[in-house]
Structures are given as C-alpha cells and as structure tokens.
Ligand binder design. Structure first.
Ligand code: PGA
Length: 251
C-alpha cells in the first residue's frame, strides 16, 4: 500500500526565527508519528537552520525549486548537490506559482525533474488547471499534457522517485478547495495515465497528493478518496497546530 505523504510548502514565508520555531514545534507535535511521511519545504535561505531543527526527527526536508545544471555560471540558481548538502530529500517542481508567475514551461520543468532524480532528490511534481481551463471542460486535457511533458524521457525505475501533486490553480490560497469528488476524478485519471505511460505496478506504487486550500477541516474527506495519497499544504502548513492536526488525522 502507498504510505500517505503530507508535505508543507512554506512558499516565500517565515524568517530565520519563525522558520526554526515552526520546525521545532512540528518536531514536538509529530515525533511519534511513523505511519505518514512528513516533509516541510522552507525557503532556500532557511534550509540549513530548519535542517538542524529537524535533525533526529521523522520530518524530512524539501526545497521549493532546483536548477537542472550541477554548477557554474547560473546566477541566482541552486543545484541538486547544494540541496543535498543542506540535507534535503525532496524538491517541489512545477508549482503553479512558478509556472504562472515566474513563467516556467513544461520543458524546463521536465529538465528539472530529470536532474533532481539523477541528483538523488525526490521530486514533488505539481500539475493543475486554471479556473478558465476547468470552466472550459479542459481539466483532464491540461493535466494529462503537463504530466506527459513533465515526465517525458523517464523510465519505469526512475519515475518512481516522483510524487505527483494535483493542485487546481483556482483552489490554491483561495479557500476554495476542490470537492473530494473533483480531486478523486483527476487523481484516478492521473493513475490511469501513469499505467499507460509506465505500467500497472508503477501506477499503483506512485503517490498522488492533492493541494489547494487543504486544511484540518477537509483533510479526512480528501484523504479517504482511494487515489488521494497525501496533501501538499500551503497556508495551513505555516501553523504548527493546523499542520500537525492534519498529519495526525491522516495517521
Ligand atoms: P494552499 O497552497 O494550501 O495555501 O492553497 C497549496 C500549494 O500551493 O501548494
């Protein structure tokens, strides 16, 4: 069975003091939880101090992006090796804010996914449709295209490093969560697509998180869906009480 996986995406929030306080608070609350994989993804500049706060805990560290080259003249970028050096296990890739605000393309995200796997990181690869795409009935088409392009060139063995996060853009940070049925419908399509692209065993083994206004009050109804294997949590991951309650609900 797929082990549930809850990840916190802190985005461009916290400072050096609040990042460590948040991580330490979670360690205290979640120390005995071992039936759920938990990860937090702070801003790059706080990775090392958060890593220290998480040391000897079950909570894994992740970053919010990575560049596909390993070193050199790439001003402002961060490599897989640097993230590993800061104790990261996971990296979020293709988040909708990077697709739609920064302008990342499917091709760029695909390069990052492949580099992350080669570099020993576990990608949390995000996909999801805009509101106008959902309203136009294009959700499945958009998500399928993002997955085909984002996972292009990966073999069965390598793709299993990936967690997919389905995050409808209209649900992110809006308080408007997808209904459990809407989430399940897309997750089931994604799992079917993974079976087509790879095989049944791969599709059954890979975890698919839901993200978009996930919070304590909707955790259970989302997680009870057969193809929802976890959550990628933004706003609610910034509060020790909310995030730990979500993990405990799943545990
Ligand atoms: P949200 O963000 O939980 O604040 O909606 C989720 C995400 O963007 O990963």
């Amino acid at each position: 069975m797929r082990k549930p996986f809850i990840a916190g995406n802190w985005k461009m929030n916290t400072n050096s003091a609040t990042a460590v306080a948040l991580a330490s608070g979670l360690v205290k609350e979640l120390d005995s939880v071992d039936t759920v994989d938990v990860s937090v993804c702070p801003p790059f500049v706080y990775l090392q101090s958060v890593a220290a706060a998480l040391s000897a805990s079950n909570i894994a560290l992740g970053a919010q992006d990575v560049f596909y080259e390993s070193n050199g003249a790439f001003t402002g970028e961060i490599s897989c090796e640097m993230l590993k050096d800061c104790s990261c296990s996971y990296v979020i890739l293709g988040h909708s804010e990077r697709r739609h605000i920064i302008g990342e393309t499917d091709e760029l995200i695909n390069k990052k996914v492949k580099a992350a796997i080669s570099g020993g990181l576990l990608p949390i690869f995000c996909v999801g449709e805009l509101l106008e795409e959902r309203d136009a009935g294009k959700t499945m088409e958009v998500v399928e295209s993002q997955i085909r392009k984002g996972l292009d060139g990966l073999c069965k063995e390598r793709v299993q490093a990936v967690t997919i996060a389905y995050e409808p853009v209209w649900a992110i940070g809006t308080g408007r969560t997808a209904t459990p049925q809407q989430a399940q419908e897309v997750h089931a399509m994604i799992r079917g697509l993974l079976e087509t692209l790879f095989d049944k065993n791969v599709a059954q083994a890979m975890r698919i998180q839901y993200g978009g206004s996930a919070k304590p009050s909707n955790t259970a109804e989302l997680m009870v869906q057969p193809d929802v294997d976890g959550l990628l949590v933004g706003g609610a991951s910034l509060k020790v009480a909310d995030f730990s309650q979500m993990v405990k609900t799943v545990a």
